[in-house]
Design a protein around this ligand. Structure first.
Ligand code: GLU
Length: 449
């Protein structure tokens, strides 16, 4: 592990002591701190005002009981979270994750990442995150609806278009946002469109929001390759996951002339050398909500399914981890590098372990951290908020162009910042420092609050 700047050591120790057992949160903080040495050296005002320590303490943390009744009439119990991390740049903004692994440490790591990511987009949004340990897998629509209604019955009092604007994340898509928005509207008697993003297109949603995280990741890859005088055309691409991010990343890769040869889910991965049939993946994962194993069964000879194992064993030019945190380990990174992979861009939040991320940078790959590469989702949420605020709705082409420009802006900001702070070409340093300074300067302007 690289050493931290001496002024950051006590701040990091304080974070660990204050948040015992929250390993993912510690990891996310450490990764940012490893980039901040040159910033602390250049700007003593950040240390003097304890702005970094304050940034690591959420402004507000809400934990609540979520009781609901299942289809058999049994009472079920889950825990709900909303961590309102930082509102220096705008209302708290970030998704809700419904997954059995969710606990306070996961929500805090995601909320912390979100502050920097949202800042990098250049848009007026603060950072927050929430969710529940509820597992949507195997639940009926009616059960998901009752859970969402119960969740919102508590959450509604904490959110609002100028206060906190949740959206989706793992396990929360258009169906869940619909149930959540319906309950919010009923309880408050307000058609407050800007209180949630990721809404359906007929009731205040934005074109491109569904596709935005995946498209944005590939736009970012396009920018990185373009800056290196290359392109995606003809590249073999491996994408982990087969949810919303992975599917639309695959769609954009195909549009730009690359070939996606493998995708996965938590059970295993499928490989098809001639290119994955995206329509079949969409049908299996989005419509039928079934396992990716079905893909190989229904496709026949051309495709093979590997139970368990690591998708990163499949040789490729471009790797897009789009599944979940810490899914790509140091040994996966070594395999990718050995097999000649040239580009890694994180569609998920913190999918590479710290060792893996370091290995990519040391090997000189083009490596884009999630804060930069997956910011297209939340950026398009901010575009949805703009449309809601002006009671307008934009067409697909215009919205996609806005997303493309935002991703180019993030890319350029990463490179300029990395240059300015002595790490030319390092997107990790650029993203962490670029995201940090904008928030920190706003916090300094506000005084000690
Ligand atoms: N959950 C997404 C993310 O990780 C999007 C959040 C949003 O749209 O608010 O950035």
């Amino acid at each position: 592990m690289p050493a931290l700047h001496e002024q950051l050591i006590p701040v990091f120790e304080e974070v660990v002591n204050r948040n015992p057992g929250e390993t993912e949160f510690h990891q996310a903080v450490r990764e940012v701190f490893e980039s901040l040495g040159p910033v602390v050296a250049k700007h003593p005002e950040y240390a003097q005002s304890s702005v970094i320590g304050r940034l690591c303490e959420p402004e507000r943390q809400i934990i609540f009981r979520v009781p609901w009744v299942d289809d058999a009439g049994q009472v079920q119990l889950n825990r709900g979270f909303r961590v309102e991390f930082n509102s220096a740049l705008g209302p708290y903004k970030g998704g809700l994750r419904f997954h059995p692994s969710v606990y306070l440490g996961i929500v805090k790591f995601l909320g912390f990442e979100q502050i920097f990511k949202n800042s990098l987009t250049g848009m007026p949004i603060g950072g927050g995150k929430g969710g529940s340990d509820f597992d949507p897998k195997g639940k009926s629509d009616a059960e998901v609806m009752r859970f969402c209604q119960s969740f919102m019955t508590e959450l509604y009092r904490h959110i609002g278009e100028h206060t906190d604007v949740p959206a989706g994340d793992t396990g929360v898509g258009a169906r869940e946002i619909g149930y959540l928005f319906g309950q919010y509207k009923r309880i408050t008697n307000r058609y407050e469109s800007g209180v949630l993003t990721g809404k359906g297109l007929t009731w205040g949603g934005s074109q491109v929001r569904t596709e935005a995280t995946g498209y944005g990741t590939v736009f970012f890859v396009h920018e990185m390759l373009h800056a290196a005088g290359e392109s995606i055309e003809g590249r073999r691409v491996v994408i982990s996951g087969s949810g919303n991010v992975a599917i639309y990343a695959a769609e954009k890769v195909r549009e730009l002339g690359g070939t996606v040869i493998a995708v996965s889910d938590s059970g295993g991965y499928v490989v098809e050398e001639g290119g994955i049939d995206l329509e079949l993946v969409k049908d299996i994962k989005l419509s039928r909500r079934a396992r990716i194993e079905k893909y190989a069964q229904e496709r026949g000879n051309g495709a093979r399914y590997v139970t368990g194992g690591s998708i990163w064993e499949v040789p490729c030019d471009v790797a897009l981890p789009c599944a979940t945190q810490n899914e790509l380990t140091a040994s996966d990174a070594a395999t990718l590098i050995r097999n000649g992979c040239k580009v890694v861009a994180e569609g998920a939040n913190m999918p590479s372990t710290p060792d893996a991320a370091r290995a990519f940078q040391e090997a000189g790959l083009l490596f884009a951290p999630g804060k930069a590469a997956n910011a297209g989702g939340v950026a398009t949420s901010a575009l949805e908020m703009q449309q809601n605020a002006s009671r307008d709705s934009w067409n697909f082409a215009y919205t996609e162009e806005r997303l493309r420009i935002i991703m180019r802006g993030i890319h350029d900001r990463c490179l300029t910042t990395a240059d300015e702070y002595g790490s030319p070409g390092n997107y990790v340093a650029g993203a962490n420092i670029g995201g940090f300074t904008r928030v920190a300067d706003a916090m300094l302007a506000f005084g000690v609050v």
